[in-house]
Design a protein around this ligand. Structure first.
Ligand code: GLV
Length: 302
C-alpha cells in the first residue's frame, strides 16, 4: 500500500507495519510520481501548493490524515468516498500552553519590559494580572479543555462557549451577552464558513475596556481592520499566533500596533506535538491496515 508521509520521522515510526510503501512529500518539492497510486496521504503541517489539483489526481486515495487540528485546507476538496481525519488532541498541550503564556505575557506586559530591558531601563509600574479575571474560551473542543485544565490554579473564572450549547457550555449565540464580562477572550474555533470574520467590529465593541483577545484559531476568524481600530486606541489588547494575512507581511500595521503580541503560528509547533503526531499516525495506520474504525474522522464542517 502506497502512502505519502511528511517526514523521515514518520517513515521510521511506520517501519514495523507490514506492506507499507512510504514516500516522503513535505510540500516543498515536486509531487512524487506515484500520485495516482497513493492510498493514504499524511500531508505536512505547512500549506501545500494546489491541494484541490493534487487530490483530483489521487485516484487510489482512501484516507487523508492531517497532522493539524484544522482541516480547512483539505475538507472542501476531499473526493467522495475518501475519509478525512484530523489530528485532534495532538496540539492540545502545545496550544493550550501557548495560550496561557500569551495571556500572561500581555497582562503582565512582558513585551514592554523586554523592550525596556533592551534599553537598560528600570520601568517600574503596576501591571494587570490573570488572577480574579474571567477567561472566555470560544471553541471548547479538546484544546479548550486542555486550556481549562491549565488555567485551573490561576484563580480565574472560565466561561465556555462552543458551536452547540451543552451542559456547562454556552452556545455561540450567547456570545454577545457573555463578551462584556470577559477579561480575556480566547479563540479556539475552527475555520469554517460560520466562523470567518466572526470577530468583527460588533464583537470587539462588546468586549470590555482593557480586555485581551487571544487568537490561537485562524487569522480569518478575526476582522484584522476592526481589531486594528480597537488596539490603536489602546482600548483592547491582543495576543495573536495567527493573522490575516498570514504570514503577516513586513510593514503591516499589526506588527507595530500597541498592546499586540504576535507569534508566527507556532503554538502547536513543539516537540510535544511532534511526539503526539507520530503516535497518532502510527495508531491510525495500524487501524487502517487492520480494517478497524479510525479516530478523529471529520463528519461535518470540522
Ligand atoms: C494548527 O494550526 C492546527 O490546526 O493544528
Amino acid at each position: 500500500m502506497k502512502i505519502w508521509v511528511p517526514s523521515d520521522a514518520v517513515v521510521e515510526v511506520l517501519s514495523d507495519l507490514p506492506g507499507l510503501e512510504c514516500t516522503v512529500y513535505d510540500g516543498t518539492t515536486a509531487l512524487p510520481g506515484d500520485v495516482a497510486d497513493v492510498e493514504v496521504w499524511v500531508p505536512p503541517l505547512i500549506t501545500v501548493p494546489d491541494v484541490p489539483g493534487t487530490l483530483a489526481r489521487m485516484s487510489a486515495l482512501r484516507l487523508v490524515q492531517t497532522v493539524s487540528a484544522g482541516v480547512e485546507q483539505y475538507r472542501p476538496h476531499i473526493p467522495p468516498g475518501v475519509v478525512l481525519c484530523n489530528a485532534r488532541g495532538v496540539h492540545d498541550a502545545g496550544t493550550a500552553e501557548w495560550a496561557v503564556g500569551a495571556m500572561i505575557a500581555v497582562l503582565r506586559e512582558f513585551p514592554g519590559f523586554v523592550d525596556a530591558q533592551r534599553d537598560g531601563e528600570w520601568t517600574y509600574h503596576r501591571t494587570g494580572v490573570l488572577a480574579d479575571s474571567t477567561v472566555l474560551i470560544v471553541g471548547h473542543g479538546s484544546i479548550g479543555a486542555a486550556l481549562e485544565r491549565r488555567l485551573d490554579g490561576f484563580e480565574v473564572d472560565v466561561v465556555r462557549v462552543a458551536r452547540t450549547a451543552r451542559d456547562g457550555v454556552h452556545g455561540l449565540d450567547e456570545l454577545p451577552a457573555l463578551l462584556p464580562a470577559a477579561d480575556v477572550v480566547v479563540l479556539l474555533v475552527p475555520a469554517t464558513a460560520d466562523t470567518a470574520g466572526m470577530v468583527d467590529a460588533a464583537f470587539l465593541a462588546r468586549m470590555k475596556d482593557g480586555a485581551v483577545l487571544v487568537n490561537a484559531a485562524r487569522g480569518g476568524v478575526v476582522d484584522t481592520e476592526a481589531l486594528l481600530a480597537e488596539v490603536k486606541t489602546g482600548r483592547l489588547r491582543a495576543a495573536l499566533d495567527v493573522t490575516d494575512p498570514e504570514p503577516l507581511p513586513a510593514g503591516h500595521p499589526l506588527w507595530s500596533a500597541p498592546g499586540v503580541l504576535i507569534t508566527p503560528h507556532i503554538a502547536g509547533s513543539t516537540p510535544a506535538s511532534a511526539r503526539r503526531t507520530l503516535r497518532l499516525i502510527r495508531a491510525q495506520l495500524g487501524r487502517h491496515l487492520a480494517g478497524e474504525s479510525l479516530d478523529n474522522v471529520i463528519t461535518d464542517s470540522y
